[in-house]
Design a protein around this ligand. Structure first.
Ligand code: NAD
Ligand code: IPM
Ligand code: MN
Length: 354
């Protein structure tokens, strides 16, 4: 019997709505497979918690999470609490605190009708973006000088360490080699003369160890254009924290929207737990209406199952995703259907166990 303990952080807005559906899938798997069991520990952290306690998570929050097999997170951030507080004190704190330096964001078109790109189909849009997830532009280094004075200056500094840059680039080369795919680095050395020149240099240096991997290197502005105009150029992509954030929302846009975009925050050394979450946020505009698309959150369950070594179940969840997206009447409004969040989850379970 394989047992996995999962920390649930449903968070804010539609977070709890979509996490509930992901948990439904895990519970269904547990019921169907006598060799697997899950237990859940739920933490009420988020913006409401902050308004009640002055904290986004308990002071010993990371300690509390330290021993779980995975963290499953919904979304963080809600009007009423400044975003830089809510996000930096919960989501980013966990990513950095647990050294989840690899952010795996697959961008795959599951149904030709979901892309707004004319003439593009499933064969054109299938890539894996590997986003640096621990430092870069998100390192939090900077200063605010002479606040409120005419000479006011703010500094926001990116931090690119040799260790941090090499390890993510190496991870991406390994992934490209393993899957026999091309590797594209996205950077911006023409304007960022320290960080991105260094990034490009490391990309080239590490590349010498992988002569079998075909590489490309694009500036982020041109890469954004190619994401839309020629997504077939990309297979495995490696990029910095901020650029990865932005291009993966473009990736979501070309594959059906944020309701279908997933991400895994991985600590490859397994010193700390990894975290699985949809790419989207708390969507205050639709929160509480029962119409949020749970498929991104369910896709991240598939990533979690792969991470647990339950690849057969991971594949089954992915195949079920591929099946359900062909049935418009079973989908939420963002994908052209009328189903509610929990109806999608219920039908998903039915299909999965068929
Ligand atoms: P958002 O992702 O919450 O929403 C953007 C748009 O996509 C909205 O129109 C929303 O309705 C739609 N959308 C998102 N998820 C959807 C789903 N599952 N089904 C259907 N439609 C969906 O981004 P935002 O509005 O820029 O941010 C809202 C809050 O969430 C902010 O506080 C932001 O900082 C936070 N945020 C958190 C995360 C996270 O926790 N990982 C990610 C992004 C944004
Ligand atoms: C994401 C989100 C976060 C990020 C925000 C909410 C801090 O946009 O996971 O894509 O920028 O990493
Ligand atoms: Mn984002």
């Amino acid at each position: 019997m394989k047992h996995f303990e999962i920390a649930l952080i449903p968070g804010d807005g539609i977070g709890p709505e979509v996490v509930a559906e992901g948990v439904k899938i895990l519970k269904a798997i547990e019921k169907a497979d006598p060799n697997v069991s899950f237990s859940f520990r739920e933490y009420p952290w988020g913006c409401e918690y902050y308004l009640n306690t002055g904290k986004m998570m308990d002071d010993n929050g990371l300690e509390l999470l330290q021993d779980v097999d995975a963290i499953y997170l919904g979304a963080v951030g809600y009007p009423g609490v400044p975003d830089h507080i809510s996000l930096r004190e919960l989501l980013i704190k966990i990513r950095r605190g647990f050294d989840q330096y690899v952010n795996l964001r697959p961008i795959r078109l599951l149904n030709d009708s979901f892309t707004p790109l004319k003439g593009k189909s499933q064969k054109d849009i299938d890539m894996l973006v590997i986003r640096e997830n621990s430092e870069g532009e998100y390192a939090g280094a900077g200063d605010w000088l002479f606040k409120g004075k005419p000479e006011e200056v703010v500094l926001q500094t990116g931090v690119f360490s040799r260790k941090g840059t090499e390890r993510i680039i190496r991870y991406a080369y390994e992934e490209a080699r393993k899957s026999n795919k091309t590797l594209t680095s996205i950077s911006k050395g023409n304007a960022l003369q320290y960080s991105m020149v260094f990034w490009d240099q490391v990309f080239e240096e590490v590349g010498k160890e992988y002569p079998d991997v075909k590489t490309y290197s694009y500036l982020v502005d041109a890469a954004s254009l190619y994401f839309v105009a020629q997504p077939e150029r990309f297979e495995v992509v490696v990029t910095s924290n901020l650029f990865g954030d932005i291009v993966t929302d473009i990736g979501a846009a070309i594959t059906g929207g944020l309701g279908l975009a997933t991400g895994a925050n991985i600590n490859p050394d397994k010193t700390y737990p990894s975290m699985f979450e949809p790419v989207h946020g708390s969507a205050p505009d639709i929160a509480g209406k029962g119409i949020a698309n749970p498929l991104a959150a369910i896709w991240s369950v598939s990533q979690m199952l792969d991470f647990f070594g339950l690849e057969e179940w991971g594949r089954s969840v992915l195949q079920t995703l591929e099946t359900i997206v062909k049935q418009k009447d079973r989908l939420t409004k963002d994908l052209g259907g009328q189903a509610t969040t929990s109806e999608v989850g219920d039908y998903f379970v039915e299909l999965l166990l068929k």
